[in-house]
Design a protein around this ligand. Structure first.
Ligand code: M6R
Length: 619
């Protein structure tokens, strides 16, 4: 939630910061702001409600010179989204400006304390409390900014990633983190002069440098104009930064001719999955190799239970993973909403394997679930997309999706990447435990290899969905039905539709219909049914019949060539045949396209739906 950008060097900071904000806009977009110290030593703060474009318009006639600056794009937590609550926030004297991502839980008591000391506040935010606290420490302890930041952070409870400027020291940015991500890019400009970049993730940095340091929890960094970077922790112990090389390129952050990132990412799926399985699936030797489990085979073989923790779309892929891993390995698998798991005193044994599934690797609840599991001695495994993310670093081992950056707020390629990675994990464990007979194992390996091509076919075959999406813009509600492996697909289809088109949608196991939801069916209700000619096909056909006899509109996803369900349907999308367990990888494609085109037809901002942000780093 919220995006932070920073720059110090010899270049003009404004263009770097604005471009960075655009790249981070997917993290929050209700207001944006920028602080710069100009060559005369003035610390200016400009803020605007709305998107980064509004900030640019505001800055068009302002002094935007300066080679040091910080900027922020916000997803409101404390205080409504308006200009006053937008970041950066000034301190009382206006000598300091600070941007913040996270939540300061004890901000009310801190604010009351400072108000008692005569300080006044102009916003409703926890962030203003933080910058005032830093200045209060600076003045009361007569110390430098770094010490003041350290003292202030020792007094706060909560999560933060911050960057702070001091008007009186235009050669230095100080930043810190706890529980919210912050990355420092180390670069050299075209004249070979040192420069530093800051970002909530790597997207605002990659254009300038691929050398980065991931700031760790409770670390504070000082970056100065002559290329010095000092990192210490809250206990004042000097840290040795580890420099990582980013594996990302700029093209991955552009729309590449597509009108939206979401559509680009939907179409990227076949190639993304090819990259995901490359080197992991060996069809010649009929083998699965996951480096993340090589050194931990015993933990998986001896696991009494696997618990998968996730949120949102990742929770849906986890549910598919549960069905597959249980079937393939005979290990019981539980799937938990991370936000529930972390607070409900769950029973966790030291021989449990706890898997976190998260695209961003930064979801606060999923991270907290992992920390809880670790404290109980469980072995923790991360399935993340973002390399170097907090969950990837907090887990004992793991597997990256390698599907490339996902920018659209609605998750698409990360979902299929997670499903296929969980399938690889299930196969890798099954191989060690010998729970699948050889013939079945080989068949699954062969079939998995063919999925990217079948996905390509599905995309080409269903491009026409745009031509009739308009028909459904009238609908106030949708129902999605599926059984077995396709029940989570129904949940995912419904989530995609509601988050980007704002049409209410619910996913159900098809047979649950008659226990209540069937009362909702009338001639107005579109019912999307995933009905491949696999598994309990006949049962699903009966469920369709139940809807039809109540005049519901049937939109079906069927196996290519199936005429039975096609004839019962008002609209029908075909997918190629594949094994039951891999159907979700194909069936979700028409549902992604349907939600995308319905949202476009309704004039929604598909990549930046209201109230949402890509990564939820607050609870
Ligand atoms: O980064 P994560 O996978 O941990 O994110 C979890 C959810 O916030 C995320 O999947 C969310 O539900 C998406 N907007 C769904 O499209």
């Amino acid at each position: 939630m919220c995006g932070i950008v920073g720059y110090i060097g010899e270049q003009q900071a404004y263009p770097v910061l604005i471009k960075g904000l655009h790249r981070l806009e997917y993290r929050g977009y209700d207001s944006a702001g920028i602080a710069l110290i100009n060559p005369e030593g003035t610390l200016s703060v400009n803020k605007a409600k709305g998107k980064v474009a509004a900030l640019e318009a505001l800055c068009a006639d302002k002094d935007i010179t300066g080679t040091i600056g910080i900027a922020h794009t916000r997803w409101a937590t404390h205080g409504e989204p308006n200009t006053t609550n937008a970041h950066p926030h000034y301190s009382q004297s206006k000598n300091l400006a600070l941007v913040h991502n996270g939540i300061i839980e004890n901000y009310k008591s801190l604010r009351a304390e400072m108000e008692n000391h005569g300080l006044s506040f102009c916003s409703d935010t926890d962030t203003e409390v933080l910058v005032q606290l830093v200045e209060y420490m600076q003045v009361s302890h007569e110390c430098d900014l770094y010490t003041a930041v350290q003292l202030a952070l020792k007094n706060v409870v909560g999560a933060y990633a911050i960057a702070i400027l001091d008007r009186r020291n235009p050669d230095q940015i100080i930043c810190a983190r706890k529980g919210s991500p912050l990355i420092i890019g180390i670069g050299k400009d075209e004249n070979g002069k040192a420069e530093f970049f800051l970002g909530s993730d790597a997207t605002p940095i990659i254009e300038y440098t691929d050398k980065v340091v991931y700031l760790q929890d409770e670390e504070i960094a000082i970056m100065d104009r002559i290329g010095r970077m000092d990192i210490t922790n809250l206990a004042n112990v000097k840290q040795t930064p580890q420099i990582h090389t980013l594996q990302m390129n700029l093209d991955q952050l552009e729309k590449g001719g597509f009108p939206h990132f979401m559509l680009k990412e939907i179409w990227e799926q076949p190639n993304a999955l090819r990259t995901c399985i490359r080197g992991r699936l060996n069809v010649v030797e009929k083998d699965v190799l996951l480096s993340g489990i090589i050194d931990h085979k015993e933990r998986f073989i001896n696991a009494n239970r696997i618990i998968i923790c996730a949120c949102g779309t990742s929770w849906h892929s986890a549910l598919i993973g549960k069905y597959f891993i249980e079937e393939a390995t005979q290990i019981p698998v539980e799937v938990e909403y991370a936000s529930e798991f972390r607070y409900r005193n769950p029973v966790i044994h030291s021989d449990d394997v706890v898997i976190a599934v998260s695209q961003s690797g930064e979801t606060a609840d999923t991270l907290a679930a992992i920390q809880l599991a670790k404290s109980h001695g469980a072995f923790c495994y991360g399935i993340c997309n973002v390399i170097g993310s907090s969950i990837a670093r907090a887990t004992d081992s793991g597997t990256y999706l390698h599907v490339g950056p996902e920018i659209g707020v609605a998750s698409t390629k990360a979902f299929t990447g997670q499903v296929i990675t969980l399938a690889l994990l299930g196969l890798a464990i099954a191989k060690e435990k010998k729970t699948l007979d050889e013939q079945m194992f080989h068949m699954l390996v062969d079939e998995l290899q063919q999925i990217p091509d079948k996905m390509q076919w599905t995309l080409e075959h269903n491009k026409h969905i745009d031509q009739f999406a308009q028909i459904f813009t009238y609908a106030k509600n949708f129902i999605y039905l599926g059984r077995g492996y396709n029940y989570p697909v129904a949940l995912e289809g419904a989530l995609k539709l509601k988050e980007i088109s704002y049409i209410h949608a619910e996913g159900y196991p098809a047979a649950e219909m008659k226990h209540g939801p069937i009362a909702l069916i009338d001639e107005e209700m579109p019912v999307v049914v995933i009905a491949p000619k696999r598994g309990i096909y006949e049962k699903v056909v009966s469920n369709i019949q139940e809807v039809k006899s109540r005049k519901g509109k049937i939109i079906s996803v069927v196996t290519e060539g199936d005429t039975t369900v096609k004839e019962m349907s008002d609209y029908c999308f075909e997918i190629p045949d594949t094994r039951d367990c891999f159907v979700p990888l194909l069936a979700v494609i028409p549902l992604q396209l349907l939600s995308y085109y319905v949202a476009v037809a309704k004039g929604r901002n598909v990549d930046q739906p209201r109230n949402l942000a890509k990564s939820v780093t607050v609870e």
